[in-house]
Design a protein around this ligand. Structure first.
Ligand code: FAD
Length: 699
């Protein structure tokens, strides 16, 4: 790394889906403008840096994955620093600043960052800058932007102190003066020639990582409209503000078209470490009535010809394609409708200014254009500000250009949050709203994230149905709205619903034109084992399951498994089993009549159900939600958890349900133990620690 030691800092990122990396790249880019040099590495590249001997300040950007785990790329690092033999002054020489990324809808918010932060502190490392914890639930930008803004001064002070310590006061002048643009950054800020209707402020007066723009001529491009602001329309003060626009991210991908000969890569190549299996869908059942608010489907897959294995409680992933119409639409907008089946070779652009540029791992080196748009890129992603910034350059209409500039500017931050992020405006929506924007293919590859496989909880037992794997899902629907003229379905659930339509409506579709039976569609899947959400190893231990709506899914697997074990081992002792289940309407979406069979044959000891939207004529209104019925059984819940060392499982919607259930359990523990809430919370934390209070929740 060619870093000047007078202004160098070490920048480490640990990323799961690319956000921490993108933020680290932003820091790397801004560093130059502040006269600093970031020596940037993925935290997994442990032979590229050495914290044991690191003298310069260290900046760490780290996300969180799973149930509060550090990203996969940080596993080795975390294992290394968690070595209990390390002395408490192991990192006493280290100064660091840490930015954690997380989502407060999950139980262990920013736990990846918190774990590393805590451990570095335990090992004597010092903060040179306060830890930032950014929340994806409300918008990472709310914390990330101000955190990066404040980082520069803190870094300069840390470097100054570092040099003072080393008796090198004479060399710090480079970093103590007000920031001046690094030459390469100036090169990249080449907006001015293209945006002729906006004037740049005096070079010397502006901060070098942004362009401040005078408003003398703003009215030429965005005449003050006396209307409400919207995605495409701005009103004062934003429409009349000078804008601080982030530096243009350097392009780094080059795409070459290579004709129609060749073969697309196997889908397995899109996932790391796992093997994908293409398995037939052998059964599809609609679990809800046509008039239910959400449509829930159960699909059965035949895995008998594969080595795919699972335990009840595991989840697995479905590799899903983007919607074919949206891919066509995108090809049309890109002006590449005729080239969808052409092979393209994706390479790093020669001479790019992007540091450490490499072809994104999820993009094959050679495949057809349609393959990339269908299987590799999340074309529904909400564009990040850096992408919006890059789109400015591809927009010909001056008014549209100005609005895109506003949306990625500091002054337009709340408009970005309101009209893009919170409205879930996806890339295609943006292209519709700004019709003169014609991005090039390489920009999509550079800025759109990987199309993620979707996880589903297994809803069957391999003991009960050998060779089969069932799962249950709601078809996700996004209704039309001003920024989205057409309604959409979820990428994966919409695709699955379309795929299995012939199985759901057999009279219409299961016979093809020759009268032959429907041949089963195949879907690509791969395992996502869950290490903890499994049945208690000892069958005599009682357990409680809480699974409203599709959250019932893994518990069907639990109960099937249990039923089979009871049949096979009549001499075993089995603990009692409780299921708290809820849905909206008893007659419309009461999933799984099967539950009653489990109750009748004794597999399930207690089934407690509630219906949140059914009206009742009873004098005392029945409980609506699972958390309400749980409270009615406070004594039993406390007995199972505290006296009988039982297990408590929750599955389903994390936003509305899981927290409500935890609150109910805390209340129960506090009431039954006659302890205050704090004490009860400690007991709950202990149950979590002992892996007896387990959650499998999703949004
Ligand atoms: P997507 O297209 O990914 O959209 C879903 C989400 O994207 C929305 O919830 C919203 O947050 C956001 N979004 C995208 N566009 C918009 C928009 N225009 N407006 C508003 N929001 C938008 N689901 C089940 O049904 N059953 C299960 O058993 C199950 N098990 C899971 C297990 C695990 C471990 C995990 C992590 C998730 C599980 N899920 C389950 C959730 C599942 O993985 C998918 O997220 C879900 O099916 C939606 O996928 P989709 O591609 O259809 O929707």
């Amino acid at each position: 790394m060619c870093c000047d030691s007078k202004r160098r800092f070490l920048l480490l990122y640990a990323t799961q889906k690319g956000q921490a990396k993108a933020i680290a790249e932003e820091i790397w880019q801004q560093a130059g403008a502040h006269g600093l040099e970031a020596d940037m590495h993925c935290i997994s590249e442990m032979d590229e840096y050495n914290l044991e001997t690191e003298k310069d300040p260290v900046v760490i950007v780290i996300s969180t994955t799973g149930t509060g785990d550090p990203p996969d790329t940080a596993r080795k690092f975390v294992k290394k620093i968690q070595d209990t033999t390390l002395p408490p002054d192991h990192f006493a020489h280290l100064q660091y600043g840490l930015l954690g990324l997380g989502d407060s809808e999950y139980m262990f918010f920013c736990n990846g960052g918190k774990t590393v932060d805590r451990r570095l502190q335990e090992l004597g490392a010092q903060h040179f800058y306060d830890t930032g914890l950014a929340d994806d639930c409300v918008g990472l930008e709310l914390v990330v932007d101000p955190w990066i803004d404040g980082l520069w001064l803190a870094l300069k002070e840390a470097l100054l102190m570092q040099k003072e310590k080393e008796g090198m006061n004479n060399v710090v002048d480079v970093v103590t003066s007000s920031p001046s643009p690094a030459p390469c950054v100036v090169d990249e800020l080449n907006l001015s020639s293209e945006i002729q209707n906006l004037k740049l402020e005096d070079e010397g007066a502006r901060s070098s990582d942004v362009l401040s723009q005078k408003l003398d001529d703003i009215n030429l491009v965005a005449p003050a409209r006396n209307t409400e602001p919207s995605l495409v329309n701005s009103v004062p003060p934003v429409s009349q503000s000078a804008l601080n626009i982030p530096a243009l991210p350097p392009e780094y991908i080059e795409v070459q078209f290579q004709g129609t000969h060749g073969k697309n890569p196997h889908l397995s190549s899109l996932i790391l470490e796992e093997t994908a299996f293409e398995v037939p869908v052998t059964k599809a059942v609609q679990l809800t009535r046509e008039d239910a608010i959400k449509t829930a489907l159960l699909l059965e897959l035949d895995i008998s010809d594969t080595v795919f294995d699972y335990q009840p409680g595991d989840a697995f992933c479905v590799i899903c394609p983007n919607n074919a119409n949206e891919v066509e639409e995108l090809l049309h907008i890109l002006g590449l409708s005729e080239k969808g089946d052409d092979f393209v070779c994706v390479k790093v652009k020669q001479g790019t200014k992007k540091k450490g540029a490499s072809r994104p791992q999820h993009i094959p080196e050679r495949s057809t254009l349609k393959f990339i748009l269908t299987w590799c890129l999340e074309i529904r992603a909400v564009p990040k500000k850096a992408f919006v910034r890059a789109l400015v350059e591809c927009t010909s209409d001056a008014g549209e250009k100005r609005r895109l500039q506003e949306l990625c500017s500091r002054q337009g931050a709340s408009d970005y949050m309101r009209f893009i992020r919170d409205s879930n405006v996806c890339f295609l929506d943006l292209l519709h709203a700004f019709p003169s924007c014609r991005p090039s293919l390489n920009l999509l590859i550079e800025h759109l994230p990987k199309l993620q496989a979707r996880s589903y909880s297994v809803s069957s037992s391999n003991l009960y149905q050998p060779g089969k794997l069932c799962f249950v899902f709601n078809i996700v629907e996004f209704p039309a709205c001003p920024t989205r003229p057409v309604s959409r379905k979820g990428v994966c659930t919409g695709w699955l619903a379309e795929l299995v339509a012939p199985l759901l409506h057999p009279n219409k579709n299961t016979l093809d034109t020759k009268g032959e039976s429907f041949s089963a569609e195949k879907i690509p899947i791969f395992p996502r084992p869950n290490n903890t959400f499994h049945l208690p190893a000892d069958p005599s231990v009682p357990f409680i399951m809480v699974g409203p709506g599709t959250g019932i899914s893994p518990f069907i697997g639990f109960l099937q498994h249990r039923q089979k074990l009871r049949e096979q081992h009549t001499d075993w002792e089995f603990g009692e089993t409780w299921l708290f289940f809820g849905c909206r309407h008893q007659d419309r979406d009461y999933l799984f009549k099967q539950l009653r069979c489990f109750l009748e044959n004794g597999t399930l000891t207690h089934l407690k159900v509630c219906f949140s939207r059914d009206s009742s004529t009873a004098e005392v209104a029945p409980p609506k939600y699972v958390q309400d019925i749980i409270r009615l059984y406070a004594k039993e819940v406390a007995r199972i958890l505290l006296e009988e060392k039982g297990y408590f499982y929750i599955c389903g919607d994390k936003k509305h349900m899981a927290d409500g259930v935890s609150d109910a359990v805390v209340d129960i523990l506090s009431m039954e133990m006659e302890a205050d809430r704090l004490e009860a919370m400690k007991i709950l934390a202990m149950l979590r620690e002992e892996k007896r209070y387990l959650q499998d929740v999703w949004s």
